[in-house]
Write a protein that binds this ligand. Structure first.
Ligand SMILES: Nc1nc2c(c(=O)[nH]1)N[C@H]1C(S)=C(S)[C@@H](COP(=O)(O)OP(=O)(O)OC[C@H]3O[C@@H](n4cnc5c(N)ncnc54)[C@H](O)[C@@H]3O)O[C@H]1N2
Ligand SMILES: O=P(O)(O)OP(=O)(O)O
Length: 163
């Protein structure tokens, strides 16, 4: 699976905080046998985020695009809106399952507005900003991600009874 990782952080983009979340996700994905084909850090700016997500989906044709950061309720948190602006179909269950599992770990999970959706043949998933939270949320939904990616790419096989 070809994966791109986008870190959204004002401090990170200004070099005021080292990005630990993108590398933590990349390490975890590599352990699962994925190829990390692109990484970037951007400030919490909707247009820039949307443009990069669209580029990775349309030009690079990444199977999976992960974002980390900017999903909460602070004034500049804008990742879900940027994602909503570029996806063609929304998958509510991915955000729902991430929050359900995360609530077992931290009450602040309720404040993450992370969403997921599909643009062309790319699955885009928002993850929270903390390195621990990002990996926890990815682990929470991972069991069905390879299957989702296959289906998005047009796999015609029957699902029933496979899971
Ligand atoms: N399963 C979990 N879910 C959530 C957790 C968690 O620990 N486990 N954390 C929750 C928190 S806290 C919040 S708030 C909400 C929403 O999070 P955001 O997506 O808005 O995250 P940010 O405000 O961008 O970041 C929160 C916090 O994390 C640190 N941080 C952020 N970016 C980086 C980075 N690139 N490298 C290192 N550290 C980073 C920093 O301390 C920020 O203040 O989600 C909950 N969900
Ligand atoms: O500078 P940011 O965007 O990383 O903000 P926060 O510390 O709220 O994550």
């Amino acid at each position: 699976m070809r994966v791109a990782i986008l870190t959204l952080s004002d401090k990170g983009s200004r070099g005021e905080r080292q990005d630990a979340s993108g590398p933590a996700l990349a390490a975890w994905l590599t352990e699962q046998g994925c190829s990390v084909v692109a990484t970037a850090i951007l400030p919490d700016e909707q247009r820039e985020i949307a443009a990069m997500l669209a580029d990775w989906a349309d030009r690079d044709r990444a199977d999976l695009i992960l974002t980390t950061g900017g999903t909460g309720v602070s004034p500049r948190d804008i990742t879900p809106e940027a994602t909503a602006a570029v996806v063609e179909r929304v998958i509510p269950g991915i955000g729902e399952l991430m929050r359900l599992r995360s609530l077992e770990v931290t009450k602040t999970a309720m404040l993450s507005r992370a969403m997921a959706g599909i643009r062309r043949q790319s699955l885009i998933i928002n993850l929270p900003g903390s390195p621990k939270g990002a990996v926890e949320c990815l682990e929470a939904v991972w069991q069905l991600i390879p299957h989702a990616v296959e289906k998005i790419r047009g796999d015609q096989r029957d699902c029933a009874g496979r899971f």
